[in-house]
Design a protein around this ligand. Sequence first.
Ligand SMILES: Cc1cc2nc3c(=O)[nH]c(=O)nc-3n(C[C@H](O)[C@H](O)[C@H](O)COP(=O)(O)O)c2cc1C
Length: 384
Amino acid sequence: MTALDLPAATGAKTLRIGPHEVDPPVVLAPMAGITNVAFRRLCREYGAGLYVCEMITSRALVERHPKTLEMITFDADERPRSMQLYGVDPVTMGKAVRMIVDEDLADHVDMNFGCPVPKVTRKGGGSALPYKRRLFADIVRAAVEAAEPAGVPVTVKFRIGIDDEHLTYLDAGRLAEENGAAAVALHGRTASQRYSGTADWSAIRTLKEHVTSIPVLGNGDIFSADDALRMVAETGCDGVVVGRGCLGRPWLFRDLQAAFTGQPVPEGPHLGEVSRVLRRHAELLADHMGEEKGLRDLRKHMSQYLRGFPIGSDLRQGFGLVSSLAQLDDLLAQLDPDVPFPVDAEGPRGRQGSAGKVVLPEGWLDDPEDATVPTGAEIDSSGG
Ligand SMILES: Cc1cc2nc3c(=O)[nH]c(=O)nc-3n(C[C@H](O)[C@H](O)[C@H](O)COP(=O)(O)O)c2cc1C
């Protein structure tokens, strides 16, 4: 499909999340270790949308852990300020959202029920939690009740289920809707798939048919603007959530903006433009964390920025070890700015891994209505 087919083909309409209009209907997926204030700013410079911060653990927020307070940094012009919370306990979740409201820390709260990391599911957190229907509903309600007086919308992000035998997404969608969520987002994989295989977009379509009073956002395997249009056309979803597709490619938000407004999608950038973006990312990280830490953090993005470009292994290795802006400038000066964007840099990128059995607490699957708060699950998790 070309971008120009969009309005007729998808019927894409304005996405509203509570009081916030999200136009184009594009959301930067929360990604732990990635979607900090620097990366969000870089993406925001390319296009409009909703840009969600890294996941924040509700307990750590309530206890005011210094690192957590640093993670909730937003730019002065960042609106809406979108914060994702992780939690397993309605009381702590309620307190965290009340703190956000009382201290005016964010304008939107998203909740993470999709994390498949074993150290989280083993304790009943993340993608294990929606199996416990009552507990899930209690947590959503606690957040909504705390947020509602301030007009802060709460959205809920989850996966299809634990595995093919234990699907939870339709109940999660219904319960989120009944308990006041302003939108739901579905990553079309089970926890046992982790990031492997392909996302099942038909589940997004089914959820859209099931949840009728609030927007349903689709997530999983959008690596190009065309993928986003295709997801909207195939599923009828009200908006798209984009994660790995923008790693090393923040200009994907420019492409998405073009596609959703029926404009032609620009060509991928030459190496000179990629260098400029990398430099900008470095500057923003250095501003946020200090030069040394910021440049170290940038290393994890290098292979994505340089993917497919013929730059030689020595230079590639140099980028992977960069530790100062001056050193980065030296390396960038060695690149040929005229090299065109490589065709093989398109397609899936980022975390993939392999499927595996989901580790759960003993007896977790015995009673879906048990609302006991799991213990030890309020740990710092990385990755959903
Ligand atoms: C590095 C990384 C970190 C992630 N961290 C989070 C997170 O903190 N919260 C969350 O809800 N999802 C997290 N995710 C999942 C993404 O938000 C998204 O659901 C998933 O990557 C599928 O979308 P994609 O195919 O567009 O990447 C993370 C994914 C990656 C790759």
